[in-house]
Design a binder for this molecule. Sequence first.
Ligand code: ZN
Length: 239
Amino acid sequence: MIRVTVWNEFRHERHSPAVAAIYPDGIHEAIARPLRAAGFSVRTATLDEPEHGLTDQVLADTDVLIWWGHTAHHEVADTAVDRVQARVLAGMGLVVLHSGHFSKVFKRLMGTSCDLKWREAGERERIWVVEPGHPIAEGLGDYFEIAEEEMYGERFDVPPPEALVFISWFQGGEVFRSGCCYTRGAGRIFYFRPGHETHPTYHHPQVQRVIVNAVRWAAPTPGVTLAYGHRPQPLERLR
Ligand code: ZN
């Protein structure tokens, strides 16, 4: 069974009645619910827990980590970022959502600014599937729409994705690479754009479908062992 940890900053829901009305149990629980229904073993972790809920043991027991953060990226300890990066390189999957583009974890793994254009105007987002054969696009058709979302526009300063699964179009005219796949070491990383906290995006069935698909895709390949370092004994006799 795939073991998922949903990490959420969990600040907006506690400080904003408007956000709490949409996500009364927190964004992490809204994300976790359809993952549990899909049969994954799911736990949640939040910023204000000791070690942000991301101890060595939790990370060792995590196949795929999901990341939502926004206002408190700077409060995430560098030691936690180090641990997450090391686990990704060793094979843990990572799904970064929406404003997680500016998280320390994502910027560390991308090595770029991860900056973008944005506008909060509650406009329609049409998410086009541009790789219909990709496992993350399973069951989605040509496109799906979110009635009201924040706009993210290009340029999105990330390395060229190894696979680009979705492109978003916004009512205001901008476009955005909204489903980007990467590998870092043995780990798979998926960035998925939607999820502004003042819109009910994580209750949207196709958004939930994408995150379920992404967890399956990002889960580690079984049996991978990484070995590095000095090899004094050659496999063949030399000379
Ligand atoms: Zn946002």
